[in-house]
Design a protein around this ligand. Structure first.
Ligand code: ASP
Length: 580
């Protein structure tokens, strides 16, 4: 027996007169005493059922029992609605189904929330995720995600890339996050790590002769969670032998273009602009600048060098943002608070009132010449950070975004993409008092740095690129080191001595020593891209079964405690706080 012979959401005016059987969920039910109206919902959309006791007595009796989310099967006739009853908001709004037979296929207990309810607590939504997922927005997001991944696969296959699965139980991968460990029962006191990315595996695959690899891979990073961060990340992971940077970036652009065209009907222009990391840092104080708005950082170091203001005269860098409006004292105090949260000692300002007058405690210390060089105009405010260069970047980069949001400078209807290239190879870690890899330790130096990256690590630049969309880092990759001696030197420089190199990466060094072709690749964050594609501010709303901010799945209760017998088998004794 077929459950249905038509889809609710697919019925149209020219189906009038047809007898159909439909099945789906009760979206709403309106009982008008005699007549009962039900909006029945299936994967294609909704249609209105009309149950009239004069037409179908038995169906009408059943209809009184129906509650939201009951699953029904209805047989009846598609009838055109009178013109004044047409619902222009519904694609099926020109017709309705006059029901002859009605069956309740499945009932529902009272719902913890209604599907059209706004602002439902997120924990409650996650607890009843199967209901939450029935909402229109989540249905759209999850389907959009499927469509996007489908396009990625199609284009990768067409470009000759082979889909290869890599292990989930493996060795730690140094991507900079904490590893998830899995105890190995068969090897007491040993652990697998869940991969933070298939980085090493994909390099081994190209070394193994799979010149073009891709995979839609889940990567595990034990990080503290934020709105744009989850522990299980999905990536389109790509690697190629004998890489050509133009081909790789071009292919990525083609993918973005196809996704935006097919999913949103938006035509993006390629090639995307490219900007070096240094330029992005100088103009935007960020390695993932949002270029939907201008508000660029300006440099006043030279102009204020001789100023009587001590901090300006002596700071390594004096830089400022030119906000296109004036602020009250209270607003300026708030902006200063914000700057301090990002590490600034203070936030100097010059407010140019509409009358042309300058409101500022520092104006008297600045010469006419300096003020002329700054070029403030009536109706503007200059906001200054004076400190070491990286700190001015950090503070003004964050303030730039904050101001753009607060002043409504962002055009939410545009998509602006760009590549950031030539990243610093290393980053100084204050906490660890050592250099760490900016990308990962397999990233190759730019050709001019191959010989001397370790002599001037602060300035060494890497053959690495990130794709930024609307201020989000959506993809990132690099060309890799394929020479075992350079790889060993990078490890050495990062403080990984010969013995540790053998223990952790011996297999990679061995592979590099047995005919490793030049190679490079990229990994593309599916979750984050979905956020931009679906204009969602919460990453979790693009994932079917996400965990909450504490890494807990309120639906299943994961993570949960383990059976003591199981722990014993694994040789694990708990010493920390015990679960209740
Ligand atoms: N493995 C890197 C990451 O996951 C990407 C890459 O270099 O291909 O960020």
């Amino acid at each position: 027996m077929a459950w249905r012979d038509a889809m609710c959401g697919a019925l149209r005016a020219d189906d009038a007169g047809r007898r159909v059987t439909v099945a789906g969920w009760t979206d709403t039910r309106r009982d008008h005493g005699g007549l009962v109206f039900v909006d029945l919902r299936d994967g294609a959309g909704k249609v209105q059922l009309v149950i009239n006791p004069e037409r179908a007595q038995a169906a009408a009796e059943i209809a009184h029992e129906i509650r939201n989310e009951f699953v029904l099967q209805a047989t009846g006739e598609v009838v055109a609605r009178a013109p004044e009853l047409v619902n222009p908001n519904l694609p099926t709004g020109e017709i309705e189904v006059q029901v002859d037979e009605l069956k309740i296929l499945s009932r529902s207990t009272p719902l913890p929330f209604q599907l059209d309810e706004e602002n439902v607590d997120e924990t409650l939504r996650l607890r009843y995720r199967w209901l939450d997922l029935r909402r229109e927005r989540l249905q759209r997001n999850i389907r959009l995600r499927g469509q996007m991944v489908g396009i990625m696969r199609r284009l990768m296959e067409a470009a000759g890339f082979v889909d290869i699965q890599t292990p989930v139980l493996w060795k730690p991968t140094p991507e900079g996050a904490r590893d998830f460990l899995v105890p190995a029962r068969l090897q007491p006191a040993h652990f697998y790590a869940l991969p933070q990315s298939p980085q090493i595996a994909k390099q081994l695959l190209v070394i193994a002769g799979f010149e073009r690899y891709y995979q839609v891979a889940v990567c595990f990073r034990d990080e503290d969670l934020r709105a744009d961060r989850v522990q299980e990340i999905t990536q389109l992971d790509v690697e190629m032998a004998f890489p050509d940077v133009e081909e790789l970036l071009g292919l990525t652009e083609q993918l973005v273009q196809a996704i935006w065209r097919e999913c949103l009907g938006v035509e993006l222009e390629t090639p995307f602009p490219r900007m070096s990391w240094d330029e992005a840092d100088r103009r935007y104080g960020s390695d993932k600048p949002d270029i939907r708005y201008e508000l660029e950082i300006e440099d006043a170091t030279e102009a204020t060098r001789g100023s009587e203001l001590g901090v300006f005269a002596s700071a390594e860098a004096v830089r400022f943002l030119r906000a296109p409006r004036t602020f009250s004292r209270a607003e300026l105090a708030q902006l200063e608070e914000f700057a301090k949260e990002w590490g600034a000692k203070g936030l100097a300002y010059l407010v140019y009132d509409e009358s042309g007058e300058i409101r500022s405690p520092i104006a008297k210390f600045l010469s006419e010449e300096t003020l002329a060089a700054l070029g403030g105009k009536p109706g503007e405010t200059l906001l200054f950070a004076a400190d070491v260069w990286p700190l001015t970047s950090r503070v003004l980069g964050a303030l730039r975004i904050h101001l753009a949001e607060a002043l409504g400078l962002i055009d939410e209807n545009t998509f602006e993409w760009l590549w950031i290239t030539d990243f610093p190879m290393f980053e100084w870690s204050e906490g660890e008092q050592r250099w760490t890899a900016q990308h990962h330790p397999f990233t190759r130096p730019n050709p001019e740095w191959e010989e001397r990256f370790d002599q001037d690590p602060a300035n060494a630049r890497a053959f690495a690129y990130d794709l930024i969309g609307n201020g989000n880092e959506l993809a990132g990759g690099s060309f890799r080191i394929h020479e075992p001696d350079i790889q060993a030197r990078v490890f050495e420089f990062l403080g990984i001595g010969a013995e540790e190199q053998r223990a952790k990466f011996g297999f990679l060094l061995d592979a590099l020593a047995m005919g490793a072709p030049p190679h490079g690749g990229i990994a593309w964050g599916v979750d984050r891209t979905m956020m931009v594609l679906a204009s969602e501010s919460n990453l979790r709303d693009t994932i079917a079964f996400p965990k909450n901010q504490a890494g807990v799945d309120p639906m299943t209760g994961a993570p949960s405690d383990a059976d003591p017998a199981h722990l014993k088998e694994l040789g694990i004794r708990l010493t920390g706080p015990q679960p209740e």
